[in-house]
Design a protein around this ligand. Structure first.
Ligand SMILES: Cc1ncc(C[n+]2csc(CCOP(=O)(O)OP(=O)(O)O)c2C)c(N)n1
Length: 822
């Protein structure tokens, strides 16, 4: 039956027949034959008890080896689309190609098993159909205009995918089992089944797709948003046709997909304009087990894929042992994605032939299932019997090929599987900081004035909010040097000047367009129409692109996404803003596993900027601290930059420095809240038109001070005010605007200039077990050359701050009193 035929027929169905078909369309997947081992039993569904020709026909379509969930999609057009595809005859795939991949998948694992017994490889056996599925998706995508596939997956089957899909040679992968010279990776690097890889995939139509398999952290699913952000960046680089050209395929474990919240967060990005990539493919490599835990204990519903039902996207369950069906589903998924710009989920249900890894014995926990698995033939055998192919010569051929590759592996150089970074990374550097990277970040006064004009310009007839109008008028005065420049204006000037220089800017965060503290106003809103206008997008015809988005209320997925974006747009200033820095720990995995460690593990750089509002202002334990201490603990070998600019001009230079230096390192910025508009933190125009970012700001350099207070951020301004109040002229204050890389030489010189000083006092708002104290004290002791080093801080505490604003005020007063030595 052709599709047209089916549709024509279905329009002629009677009401009763229509109801029968409808029941199967809606519930058929619950009785589909999805599990090769038969453990996933059909669910009794009264609606499917109908008998008769229509019921039988519908049962054949919807209760075979494909079960599809799509009737919950609100758009009728989409439901009909899936229905038509399902009810049409399927075309037979290239079975020779499918068999070849099935054989390659399993023989590859067997060769690894015999040659490297006792090593973990996370075999794909039992899910070998993943390869024909990927082949089907990539081949169909090539027909639709795709030129690049971005893949992300965890451990299971990764080595296999690297060879059969990414196109790396088996010898290269084997070489990693031969182990490397340990001196080349001491303290760094990563295990072989997490490394990224690039290569080429030969699609069935003869076209080559470039493939990139994203480097993976062990933390399951954390790579998902990174994949999406990277895909968006690569799409943007290709312009209009980018979405057509670059497709993302995320592979998930069944236990991980159900359990890890980041999957939900990432899926939720798919339709949001600032984050969409025109639909991603999500394959659940579903072996119905996670380590030793069966679905009963890892998911509260029947399918691990149920999470995806929060979105209006189709979910295809398919029995991995019916490779023809698997290939068909892959093709339908691609056509759906290209028709509707929508993600698609494919739940590939198979089994896991060995233990979690090959050194793990699964019969201890699941003796019955594993007895069944042991007696179960491999997929290629089942498929070759089904299609009547003489497979033995093929198996022999592949084995000989792999044996030769294994011999070659002992000889070849152990290079990373990334051929080389894309050309756009050519000019950028990682590694240790070098002063030669510094650039002049000042902007001419005319440029500042011109940006100021642009920032306050909006279309004729635009109804501006009176409060915003006033703010814009003030901004114009700031740009003309008639009033000190505050933090928000400094940021707009940094963005504006970079855009005019051709540096793109992308910022996302919760409520970032207006700004949590009503400070940014990146988008002006017409009070009559709610139309939006972003002045930074309209400064000059040849300016770079500017994207400032309100993000969904997620930290992990959004930061992961922006980190991913920064990986493929090194020339752009890419920023993620936390609503309050306190919430950044919702993205701790991304910070620990990617931002802090990716250069060390994978030699991959990023210039991502984290804007983390920080400061003790009596707003309670979760609106005070961005956890300075955590970032400092992550800092080593110049892997990240940790800064707290104390003035607006410092912020301006810091942002410009980040984009203009060729050194690409993540930058963590503790940004102000109450200081946003505070005169003490505002700067004169001259500080923008000259100078650059200063790692420390030191006063009292005449050497007369007896006591030197060292601090970072807001408390420094409070110390200055207190000093003034006390008319104290024997105390100097040094602000550390950069905590890491630690500005040792500058600080040592500043401290040495205080020849009369007897005490150096580290002053922080945070409790003693938090903040920069533990990082600073040993360093200050070294630089103090025998003079006394003290610290003033809140008492050690389990939570960052008090919940009482009055108690906060008292504590703050005490800090200031102690700082001045009473
Ligand atoms: C966030 C996180 N928690 C725990 C682990 C440890 N771990 C590694 S694999 C695994 C089981 C994963 O099961 P599943 O997602 O079904 O994938 P499979 O290994 O079966 O392919 C676990 C718990 C981890 N890597 N990451």
């Amino acid at each position: 039956m052709t599709r047209e035929h089916a549709v024509a027929e279905s329009t002629a169905l009677t009401g009763v027949q229509e109801r029968v078909w409808d029941s199967f369309r809606r519930w058929g997947y619950l009785q589909a034959n999805l599990d090769p081992l038969g453990d996933l039993e059909p669910l009794p569904v009264p609606e499917l008890e109908a008998r008769g020709a229509d019921a039988e026909a519908a049962r054949r379509v919807y209760c075979g080896t494909i079960g599809v969930e799509f009737m919950f999609i609100p758009e009728r057009e989409r439901r009909l689309w899936v229905q038509e595809r399902m009810e049409a005859d399927s075309r037979q795939p290239d079975r020779g190609r499918v068999l070849d991949l099935l054989v390659r998948a399993e023989v590859f694992e067997q060769v690894l098993q015999t040659r490297y017994l006792g090593t973990k490889r996370y075999s794909l056996e039992g899910e070998a159909a993943l390869l024909p599925l990927l082949d089907s998706i990539l081949s169909a995508a090539a027909e639709q205009g795709a030129t690049k596939g971005m893949l992300a997956m965890s451990h299971r089957g990764r080595l296999n995918v690297m060879v059969q899909i990414v196109g790396r040679s088996a010898a290269e992968v084997f070489a990693r089992f031969e182990d490397v010279d340990p001196r080349s990776t001491m303290g760094g690097g990563d295990v072989k089944y997490h490394m990224g890889a690039t290569g080429n995939f030969h699609a069935a139509n003869g076209q080559d797709l470039s493939i990139h398999l994203v480097s993976n952290a062990s933390h399951l699913e954390a790579v998902d948003p990174v994949l999406m952000g990277r895909t968006r960046a690569k799409q943007m680089r290709r312009g209009e046709s980018g979405r057509k050209q670059v497709v993302a395929i995320a592979m998930h474990g069944d236990a991980a997909f159900a359990g890890q919240g980041i999957c939900a967060e990432t899926l939720n990005l798919c339709g949001v304009p600032g984050f969409t990539i025109g639909g991603s493919f999500h394959i659940i490599v579903n072996n119905l087990i996670g380590f030793t835990t069966v679905p009963r204990d890892s998911v509260s519903s029947r399918f691990s894929s149920d999470l995806a039902k929060r979105l209006a996207i189709p979910i295809f369950h398919v029995n991995a042992e019916d490779a023809d069906a698997v290939v068909r589903v892959g093709r339908i998924a691609v056509e759906y994605r290209y028709a509707f710009d929508s993600p698609v989920v494919i739940d590939l249900i198979g089994y896991r032939r060995h233990g979690h890894s090959e050194v793990d014995d699964p019969t201890i926990t699941h003796p019955l299932r594993y007895r069944k698995i042991e007696a179960h033939p491999p997929m290629w055998q089942i498929y070759s019997e089904k299609i009547g192919a003489d497979v033995e010569p093929m198996v022999r051929g592949v084995r000989e090929e792999l044996d030769a590759a294994q011999r070659e592996a002992q000889e070849i150089e152990k290079r990373p599987l990334m051929r080389r970074l894309p050309r756009y990374w050519g000019d950028f550097k990682g590694g240790k900081y070098d002063a030669s990277y510094e650039v002049d970040t000042a902007a001419p006064a005319e440029t500042i004035a011109a940006i100021g004009e642009s920032l306050v310009t909006y279309p004729h007839g635009f109804h501006i909010h009176p409060k915003v109008k006033k703010l814009l008028e003030q901004r114009l005065e700031m740009a003309r040097g008639k009033r000190p420049i505050d933090f928000a204006m400094a940021e707009a000037l940094a963005f504006g000047s970079l855009l005019l220089q051709g540096v793109p800017v992308r910022l996302s965060g919760q409520d970032s367009r207006r700004g949590t503290f009503n400070q940014r106003h990146a988008a002006l809103i017409d009070t009559e129409t709610e139309e939006e206008f972003v002045p930074l997008e309209h400064m000059a015809p040849d300016q770079a692109w500017c994207e400032i988005y309100n993000s969904p209320l997620s930290e992990a997925a959004v930061l992961g996404y922006e980190y991913g974006f920064s990986r493929d747009f090194p020339e752009a200033l890419v920023l993620w803003e936390a609503q309050f820095g306190d919430f950044a720990n919702g993205a701790q995995i991304i910070i620990d596993q990617f931002i802090a460690a990716s250069e060390d593990k994978w030699n991959l750089l990023s210039g991502i900027v984290l804007l983390l509002p920080h400061g003790y202002e009596g707003q309670g334990p979760e609106h005070s601290s961005a956890r300075v201490e955590r970032f400092l603990q992550l800092a080593a070998r110049d892997n990240i930059q940790i800064c707290q600019p104390s003035t607006a001009a410092q912020y301006f230079h810091l942002l410009r420095r980040q984009a203009m230096r060729m050194w690409r390192k993540p930058l963590v910025v503790f940004t102000p809240k109450s200081m946003l508009r505070h005169p003490a933190a505002s700067s004169q125009l001259a500080a923008f038109t000259s100078a650059r970012f200063q790692t420390i700001i030191s006063d009292g350099a005449d050497g007369s001070a007896e006591r030197v207070l060292l601090c970072t951020g807001k408390i420094g301004h409070e110390l200055e005010a207190e000093r003034k109040r006390r008319q104290n002229d024997s105390t100097a204050i040094i602000f550390l605007d950069q905590l890491y890389p630690f500005p040792e030489a500058e600080l040592a010189a500043a401290m040495d200039r205080h020849t009369n000083a007897r005490e150096f006092v580290w002053v922080q708002e945070e409790p003693g077990n938090m903040g920069a104290r533990e990082f600073m004290i040993p360093r200050l002791e070294r630089l103090a050359r025998g003079r006394v080093v003290l610290s003033v801080n809140r008492s050690e505490s389990a939570s960052p701050s008090t919940g009482s604003s009055k108690a906060h005020d008292m504590e703050q007063k005490t800090l200031l009193t102690l700082a001045f030595g009473i």
